[in-house]
Design a protein around this ligand. Structure first.
Ligand SMILES: *Cc1c(COP(=O)(O)O)cnc(C)c1O
Length: 375
């Protein structure tokens, strides 16, 4: 089965992991610092905090904002459930606002209409790799005294108005799952320019431990002493995986270029087919495409999906609206809440897209889609 996404691992990646395994540090060592430096460089941000997954990155980011019961987080339903689940785990109420019909990104006007005096955070998702107007969401958040979190699990390497993803939001979260734009197997990061947000993020990912004597309540306890001032978790990315990430980051530009070629080849092969919508773009964006979200109109999505799967092509659907998950339904969220997101979901198929995908595989996918629709 041709997968819809997969990692690209070369001999340099293997050598980097082996070197980390032979070093003195399997975790919490210098490879993590090097990876954080490389992420800062790639995202144009002041600080990067490496963590164990994109989900951990979101949890850490929300913890850093200090949200809790009584607070609201405005976000998109067209995302992996973790974008909303981690806010709910912090005790906040998740308020879903609808998406733009063409891009699937959170709609600025819908998000603004969802703000109340309890809104503390607005979280966008750069769906498929296309940034969701980050400057305007930052301005919207700040005008209301809220923070802007950008879930950039899809979009490391993308730019908006020439600015790299990670350089605009108050907190940007990344995922390094194997299907994403680069991988550490499991892994993620939070990036920020704000020293206080960085400090809280670093605390939460490491049990809230305070080792700096100047910050301790009982600094004279002894040289072994460390204190917890706020509860945290262990979300530390090991050196073995950080070394893989640093090696992968050297090829981010090449991954982006190949993903753009595949994306363009699908556009070329499918743009003329009646009953299909190829992915929308925005002039300000230069995306590192994570997904190719094809939309099949006239209720024929399932037919095309089944034909592709039957041909050994491992397509996926991204995403079921987050509030359709029973955990949200049981909290009272109703279907119909965000009609654009629901319509997008009903039409969407993610075609295979990854750096090592071959042109003849792309052409085969195009042929199956065309043949199914009689084009
Ligand atoms: C993949 C993904 C996540 C979660 O990342 P993991 O590394 O799998 O935990 C969060 N948000 C979005 C939009 C994602 O695609």
């Amino acid at each position: 089965m041709l997968p819809y996404g997969r990692q690209s691992i070369d001999e340099d990646d293997v050598a980097a992991v082996v070197a980390a395994l032979r070093s003195d540090w399997l975790t919490t060592g210098p490879a993590v610092d090097r990876f954080e430096d490389a992420i800062r460089a790639a995202t144009g941000s002041r600080a990067a905090v490496a963590v164990t997954s994109g989900t951990a990155a979101l949890h850490v980011a929300y913890a850093a904002t200090g949200i809790g019961p009584g607070d609201e987080v405005v976000t998109t339903p067209l995302t992996f459930v973790a974008t909303a689940a981690t806010a709910a785990l912090q005790g906040a109420r998740v308020v879903f606002a609808d998406v733009e019909p063409d891009t699937g990104n959170l709609d600025l006007a819908a998000a603004e209409a969802a703000f109340t005096e309890r809104t503390r955070v607005v979280t966008t998702v750069d769906y498929a790799g296309l940034p969701a107007e980050p400057e305007r969401f930052r301005d919207l958040a700040h005008a209301h005294g809220a923070l802007f979190v950008e879930d950039a699990a899809h979009s490391i390497g993308s730019t908006w108005d020439g600015l790299p993803v990670g350089s605009i939001a108050d907190l940007t979260t990344l995922s390094f799952f194997p299907t994403k734009n680069l991988t550490t197997a499991e892994g993620g990061a939070v990036v920020t320019d704000d020293a206080a947000l960085e400090a809280r993020a670093r605390g939460f990912k490491n049990h809230g431990l305070v080792r700096d004597r100047d910050a301790q309540r009982w600094p004279d306890e002894g040289p072994w002493h460390q204190e917890v001032h706020a509860f945290g978790l262990n979300y530390r990315l090991p050196d073995v995986l950080a070394a893989l990430g640093t090696s992968q980051l050297t090829r981010l530009a090449a991954f982006k270029a190949r993903r753009a070629e595949v994306h363009a080849r699908y556009d070329e092969g499918l743009a003329d087919v009646p009953g299909l919508l190829t992915p929308a773009r925005r002039d300000a964006a230069d995306p590192a495409w994570h997904l190719y979200p094809l939309r099949v109109l006239d209720g024929r999505r399932r037919e095309v999906f089944d034909a592709l799967r039957a041909a050994g092509i491992g397509v996926q659907v991204n995403y079921i609206p987050a509030y359709w998950h029973p955990v949200f339904a049981d909290l009272g969220y109703r279907r119909g809440l965000c009609p654009n997101a629901e319509a997008y979901y009903a039409q969407e198929i993610s075609l295979p897209l990854f750096a090592d995908l071959r042109d003849d595989d792309v052409d085969r996918v195009v042929e199956v889609v065309r043949a199914t629709l009689g084009a």
